[in-house]
Design a binder for this molecule. Structure first.
Ligand code: F6P
Length: 546
């Protein structure tokens, strides 16, 4: 396997980065009136403007050449064809099959994938209908009013982010709640106002071994049976989504109430499967299907567009350019749409759990920066919190600005203000303002020379801060499906370019293992001598302060 750094296209990009990092985007814009047309991609429901990056045609051609030299098109075909590209776990990567984007004949481990997916979709659809129509009855014969999804990571973030984003599309047939944290404060708070006889729990866990989820599920069972005085009531109030049917049944969940997951769907890519059951219950199955259809549109774009005009490919290449070649350390996700308030949290798992790694496919240490840390916040809130840092710190943070032409909840006089800020921020981050402009401005305002000399350096914004702008027509199930799939494919492309195993997550295991041992020690009150002195003393402090 060739180290990426030995590729001609890679070496060329190293050279280009050196040459071009001193350029200013202001000059690039002045020199080329067609910059927007050259560096934007429009799809039916969204527009990507990436012209406010430190790029020119030569750089973009070099980045596309890198993608070609990395055999990206072939890897893309392998993924859609169900090849076991998750090499460390020897698994196919087929979340795209969940939205009908693979061949209907595709077999994995001797099983027809589309058939399996369709069966589960049908089962979901019937279940959703039954619950929403009030035909699914609890132990006392009452209809279900509240759904509590218990799950963490991919079994929580995707569905919860979508539920939050599509709130306005819910008809409130049921109320949906999410429990993810093992901190009992969360489940206690959620269950407090609910009536056990009217609550349906979904225990979502691909493995059905995740300690935190199991603890929450047991607490929920105790809460239910304390009211029903009947262990059999669990069968009427609990369903599971998992690849581990046996463990789910051992909790008292009926086999027929278990929805299937497959090893070819990674947890953080699973919201399209029955892991999205809470979404379907909230919105109705038709809207869940629209979400899948939106993702399918993005899958088809990703599969068929040339690399030069391929949104996920371009976004991935820009991330590699900004991070690996220009040295950015983090990436901000800045939605100017209240509905997307959980997007940054969702993308943190999607990108950082996928590509936050430092060895390549062969297990060799990687000699270049891989993916940035992902963080972010809703637009206006962030402006009044950390945008100071985006504009003037000595760290350059590339940012994705995501906004909508139309608000899902229009309130007179609000959306224009929001969007004015949306457009202003990317302009300001790009153009900045130099000292001479600051001085002239202060002078025009009648400031004294002393004041100008003192304040001017503090008001300089260097600009030249890269941003992508994603402008959606409006957030709805279909466009949201497209948006999420866009980022999923971006992450896949980054992994291929950077030679990272994007579909495992070994990095979460060490801490989990230690926590299991430490929990035992906290239980018995005897701290093992083998811990380092910091951990030992912290545990002793905790135990002694009980
Ligand atoms: O600990 C990380 C992780 O394995 C994630 O990858 C996954 O989404 C989450 O835990 C939950 O796992 P499960 O669905 O098996 O409970």
């Amino acid at each position: 396997m060739l180290d990426r750094q030995t590729l001609a296209s890679w070496k060329n990009l190293v050279k280009l980065a050196e040459e071009k990092k001193s350029q200013h985007m202001n000059d690039l814009f002045s020199a080329d009136e067609n910059r927007f047309a050259k560096f934007s991609i429009e799809l039916p429901k969204m527009l990507l403007d990436y012209s406010k990056n430190l790029i020119d045609s030569e750089t973009m051609q070099a980045l596309v050449a890198l993608a070609k030299e990395c055999d990206l098109e072939n890897w893309r075909s392998k993924m859609f064809a169900g090849e076991k590209i998750n090499s460390t776990e020897d698994r196919a990567v087929l979340h795209t099959a969940l939205r009908g984007s693979v061949s209907e004949k595709l077999q994995v481990n001797g099983e027809n994938i589309s058939q399996q997916v369709n069966q589960q979709l049908e089962k979901m659809s019937e279940f959703v209908e039954k619950v929403r129509q009030g035909q699914w009855l609890g132990y006392s014969g009452k209809r279900i009013t509240d759904i509590v999804n218990i799950g963490v990571g991919g079994s929580n973030l995707g569905p919860q982010m979508v539920t939050e984003a599509l709130k306005q599309y819910s008809d409130h047939s049921v109320n949906v709640h999410y429990v993810s944290n093992v901190d009992g404060a969360q489940i206690a708070e959620i269950l407090r106002p609910l009536e056990p006889e009217k609550v349906l729990f979904i225990v979502s866990s691909k493995t059905f071994t995740t300690t935190e989820t199991m603890i929450n599920a047991k607490t929920a069972i105790n809460w239910l049976t304390a009211a029903s005085f009947d262990e059999k009531s669990v069968a009427k109030h609990f369903v599971a989504v998992t690849a581990n049917v046996e463990n789910a049944m051992s909790l008292g969940i009926k086999q027929e109430n278990i929805f299937t997951m497959w090893d070819w769907v990674g947890g953080r890519f699973s919201l399209w499967s029955a892991i999205g059951l809470a979404v379907a219950l909230d919105l109705g199955f038709d809207k869940f299907e629209q979400l899948l259809a939106g993702a399918n549109v993005m899958d088809n774009h990703f599969k068929s567009a040339t690399l030069e005009h391929n949104m996920p490919v371009i976004m991935a290449l820009l991330s590699v350019w900004n991070t690996t070649f220009l040295g950015a350390k983090s990436q901000a996700i800045l939605p100017y749409d209240q509905t997307l308030h959980m997007l940054a949290a969702y993308l943190q798992q999607a990108e950082m759990e996928s590509n936050g790694k430092s060895v390549n496919w062969e297990g060799k240490e990687i000699g270049y920066a891989t993916v940035p840390s992902i963080w972010g916040e809703l637009g206006i809130n962030g402006q009044h919190a950390f945008y100071q840092y985006l504009h003037q710190s000595n760290n350059v943070v590339p940012a994705d600005f995501i906004g909508s032409v139309a608000s899902v909840t229009p309130v007179k006089g609000h959306h224009k203000t929001l969007m004015a800020n949306f457009f202003a921020q990317t302009q300001a981050l790009m153009t900045g303002v130099n000292e001479q402009q600051v001085r002239e401005d202060l002078k025009a305002k009648g400031r004294t020379q002393d004041y100008i000399d003192k304040v001017a350096p503090h008001k300089v914004h260097k600009g030249n801060r890269p941003t992508n702008t994603l402008l959606l027509k409006r957030i709805d199930p279909h466009s949201l499906g497209q948006l999420i799939a866009l980022y999923e494919h971006k992450i896949f492309v980054q992994g291929i370019i950077l030679q990272i195993c994007s579909f495992d997550q070994w990095g979460v295991e060490l801490g989990k293992g230690l926590a299991a041992n430490i929990e035992q020690e906290l239980e018995t009150g005897s701290v093992a001598v083998t811990h380092d002195c910091s951990t030992k003393q912290l545990m002793n402090y905790y135990l002694n302060a009980q």
